[in-house]
Design a protein around this ligand. Structure first.
Ligand code: NOJ
Length: 584
């Protein structure tokens, strides 16, 4: 038996369903949830200033509900310095005025709950803005100041680190650049230091220079480096308490959970992530005790580590998951979509690495939580990128996303095939590569695609409707639109929980002939078959399936199936997909 077949066979026995979760209070709703992610600046502008806001989102909740999703995740809405799209937080307990007020958030949460939708916010524990009061006080009040150990300071750095800082100043936007781990404290302008000297001349950044790392300590502190404090030193312990305070504050307002930014980054020098896992286990135990039923979703990129650490779901990240990259981007560098991406009409891609990776992650995480796959997000190109630019291709991808085990995330606008617009300026730290996936939602064919009444040049980013085709209003009218396809697949997923997280997942097609990809989803309730052909040419494949007639639950009319002596033969037109139920 070939290795690929072996892997599939192994997966067949290993992918058992109905796992028992280690977290005591994982709520039922997440087991069958589909999430919709919203970049708040870009969803709906209620006050005509060109930037989206909370009342705008609330006004569109009926639409969100109509997609058949269960929950929303919003990127950060807290007071921010806006050098990294809201991920540089100035005050964790306040809503940024551009989005509205706490009352607006409460109203959004209440209205969402009335419609049966859950609301998760974005928690950014790894770093604050360098404009945060904690940082300003930490930097200026000296080593004995209350906040000194909330961050990591040193007085001198290596020549290499100095050179990195110089290089950064030569880049177009030094604030956006990630060069150099240490940042000169004076660059943050934290105010006059007490006794004329900053607490440290340099601080450690977590992402951009404007994002000083909050100090959760070091896994194996080197005694010769006094800034490396143990995780249970007073500073790191105080920061843990702050983290709980922040979560408690928003849980008390009624939010259902958090997506946690860079969740693996908290404890430094923690190669095997053991200390970071312990930290999150502590948070989980506290949530289980104080806020049962709230969810944590990590941006960690390794469910085998994050789910046992206490997360309910974890994203596979393109840059850490060669298999997920193989099918969504291919071998092209960076985030662009290459011609050999599996989900590309060229039809020259493969999915073997993905299957291997997914199965490994699934086995290691299934007793604790779920893997989250996504269509795109505020960092990652939209589905409609480069050659992946036809409705049929996008529909095929959505059929796949929404019939995989786990908790899938749809990036706002991907359900209407919004285009990943290229060549836009970097706005608020988006860098050009991320601007294309943050453009405003396109509602209708009025001014600014119905997003805002502002003058077009005032918009956060421009709209691009492709002559009015890529709007909600246009696609509502067309039964074959991507929008209506997404609604249909979501309905099929919810009507048949085996297609969600009840059923195991087994690839039954031959991985060495990757088009089409055919897999089954099986539970005690029954067996389902999903057939996908992302390539542009018609293809056929014969596979062995459990006995029974195939009832078609969803098809784009380009697929057919017949029983032959060798098994069940699927014929799929170019860029097509179908879902069947095996009826005995
Ligand atoms: C990951 C977020 O998704 C990204 O947008 C942000 O720039 C970094 N973390 C830093 O917070």
């Amino acid at each position: 038996m070939k290795l690929s077949k072996l892997l599939v066979a192994a997966a067949a026995t290993m992918l058992a369903s109905g796992s028992m979760f280690a977290h005591k209070t994982t709520p039922d709703w997440i087991r069958s949830a589909v999430f919709y992610d919203i970049y708040p600046c870009s969803f709906m502008d209620s006050d005509g200033n060109g930037i989206g806001d909370l009342p705008g989102i609330t006004s569109k909740l009926d639409y969100v509900k109509s997609l058949g999703v269960d929950a929303i995740w919003m990127n950060p809405i807290f007071e921010s310095g806006w050098f990294d799209g809201g991920y540089d937080i100035k005050d964790y307990f306040n809503i940024d005025p551009r989005f509205g007020t706490k009352t607006d958030l409460k109203n959004l949460v209440d209205e969402a709950h009335k419609r049966g939708l859950k609301v998760c916010l974005d928690l950014v524990p790894g770093h604050s803005s360098n404009q945060h009061q904690w940082f300003r006080k930490a930097a200026t009040e000296g080593k004995d100041g209350r906040y000194a150990d909330y961050y990591i300071f040193v007085d001198s750095i290596s020549d290499k680190d100095k050179k990195d800082i110089e290089k950064r100043y030569k880049t177009p936007n030094p604030q956006d650049s990630k060069l150099g781990l240490w940042v000169p404290t004076k660059e943050a302008n934290p105010g006059e230091p007490k006794d004329g000297k900053y607490t440290g001349e340099y601080y450690y950044r977590n992402y951009y220079p404007c994002q000083p790392a909050l100090n959760f300590g070091y896994a194996n502190p080197d005694p010769s480096k006094p800034w490396q404090q143990p995780v249970d030193a007073p500073g790191p312990k105080a920061v843990r308490r702050e983290l709980k305070n922040i979560m408690a504050y928003w849980f008390d307002l009624g939010v259902d959970g958090f997506r946690v930014d860079m969740a693996a980054s908290l404890v430094k020098n923690d190669k095997d992530k053991k200390e970071t896992q312990k930290l999150w286990n502590e948070m989980r135990e506290w949530i289980d005790r104080e806020y049962p039923g709230k969810v944590l979703i990590s941006e960690w990129g390794n469910p085998s580590q994050s789910c046992p650490a206490g997360f309910d779901c974890d994203f596979l990240l393109i840059h850490r998951s060669p298999g997920f990259k193989q099918i969504t981007r291919g071998t092209s560098p960076g985030k662009s979509v290459g011609k050999d991406a599996y989900f590309e009409k060229t039809g020259i891609g493969a999915y073997d690495k993905f299957v291997e990776e997914f199965n490994k992650q699934y086995l290691a995480s299934k007793d604790y939580g779920y893997i989250s796959l996504f269509s795109a997000n505020h960092d990652i190109n939209r589905l409609n990128s480069e050659g992946r630019d036809t409705p049929d291709q996008i529909k095929t991808f959505m059929t796949w996303l929404l019939t995989m085990p786990g908790v899938p995330f749809i990036h706002f606008g991907d359900e209407i095939m919004m285009r990943n617009v290229k060549g836009l300026p970097s706005v608020e730290g988006s860098r050009e590569e991320r601007s294309g996936t943050r453009t405003p939602m396109q509602w209708d064919n009025t001014k600014n695609a119905g997003f805002s009444t502002a003058a077009p040049e005032k918009l956060f980013l421009p709209v691009f409707t492709d002559g009015g085709k890529l709007t909600v209003a246009t696609q509502e009218q067309d039964p074959n639109s991507v929008l209506n396809h997404v609604r249909r697949v979501n309905k099929v997923r919810h009507d048949h929980p085996t297609l969600g997280n009840l059923g195991d997942w087994v690839t039954v097609s031959d991985m060495s002939k990757p088009y089409p990809w055919i897999y089954t989803r099986t539970s005690a309730e029954g067996t389902y078959v999903v057939a996908l052909n992302p390539g542009g040419k018609a293809v056929k494949a014969t596979v062995e399936l459990p006995e029974g007639k195939l009832d078609c639950l969803l098809s784009d009319g380009k697929t057919s199936v017949k029983t032959t002596k060798k098994g069940t033969q699927f014929s799929l037109g170019g860029c097509s997909s179908a879902i069947y139920k095996v009826v005995k």
